[in-house]
Design a protein around this ligand. Structure first.
Ligand SMILES: [Ca+2]
Ligand SMILES: [Ca+2]
Length: 310
């Protein structure tokens, strides 16, 4: 016989408790752990109460091939996570989505044949990514709420203070996009700097409020048009990118991208090859370096070799 017991979980109380812990340790990051599927109440419902919680997750060196599904192929839903050196190939309609949370690092990822990287939330650093032949390279979210001001946790938090820099974007239909949204809040104080955009369609398409934008030091070459990128935000010059044996573009000697980055980007410490960044930095995802290569685009052959490794 089923006993008439009912448990009521207050998501706002979970959120308030987390906020109290944060206030008690203002200089610390605070991890939230949902134990045992929220004791059966559903991990997704419970964790969504604290999307600002620091996760400290590290997701690296994964290969996704011919995935099918929704655009949140990968859906980040907490803060302070690192997504690096993952490869996503031939997966139309999918995105690496930073859906909830703040302060994430997204770098050194290779995306080809996808819908690119999509970003909501605040203070993320998106750099040294290599994005080729996607419908969209990088998709900055058009917010429909501001979580820091108390908007519902189901909202798409307006991106604020996000840095998108030192990425290489090659023949994406549109390299950088904010999609339209009815009454959208757009994104604020976004820095788009020192990226290389090569070939195909518009460099940038911004369809919402975008106050406080910084556009600087980007290189455009053979794009159909700059679109919504202001002329002060880029130069048009051949970055001298040449495909290596894996089909990935790297800078050649004499490239105007070498040592020409503008601005200060302390978070940008590695390039697409896992090589350290050395000042003065090179524009785009590749730093020209003699240091060992520790990362590259992955293929299914890498997976089969891994399976055969004793
Ligand atoms: Ca926000
Ligand atoms: Ca390099």
């Amino acid at each position: 016989m089923t006993r008439p017991i009912q448990a009521t979980i207050s998501l706002s109380a979970i959120r308030d408790n987390y906020a109290a812990a944060k206030r008690a340790a203002p200089k610390s990051r605070v991890l939230a752990i949902v134990k045992a599927n929220g004791y059966g109440h559903g991990v997704e419902r419970v964790q969504s109460a604290v999307p600002g919680a620091d996760g400290f997750g590290l997701v690296e060196h994964n290969l996704f091939v011919r995935c099918n599904g929704e655009n949140e192929l990968i859906s980040n839903k907490s803060s302070s996570n690192t997504w690096r050196y993952n490869t996503i190939l031939d997966s139309p309609g999918t995105q690496l989505t930073i859906r909830h949370g703040n302060d994430c690092l997204v770098y050194g990822n290779y995306l080809k044949g996808t819908d690119g990287i999509r970003i909501f939330g605040d203070r993320h650093q998106v750099f040294s990514n290599y994005l080729e032949n996607n419908t969209i390279g990088i998709n900055i979210g058009n917010g429909d709420g501001e979580v820091a001001d108390g908007a519902p946790l189901t909202s798409h938090d307006r991106p604020d203070d996000v840095v998108i820099a030192f990425n290489t974007l090659v023949t994406n239909i549109t390299h950088y996009v904010m999609s339209g949204r009815t009454n959208g809040l757009g994104a604020t104080n976004i820095t788009f700097a020192n990226n290389i955009l090569l070939g195909w369609g518009a460099a940038a398409s911004i369809r919402g409020p975008y106050p406080g934008a910084v556009w600087s030091g980007n290189i455009l070459w053979n794009t159909q048009r700059a679109g919504d990128m202001p002329s002060t935000g880029y130069t048009k010059e051949n970055p001298l990118l040449v495909a290596d044996e894996n089909g990935v573009y790297h800078l050649q000697p004499g490239s105007p991208a070498i040592d020409s980055a503008v601005g200060d980007f302390p978070a940008v410490t590695f390039d697409q090859d896992g090589q350290p960044r050395t000042s003065p930095l090179d524009k785009g995802a590749d730093e020209v370096s003699a240091e060992p290569v520790s990362s590259r685009i992955l293929t299914p052959d890498d997976f089969y070799r891994f399976l055969q490794t004793p």
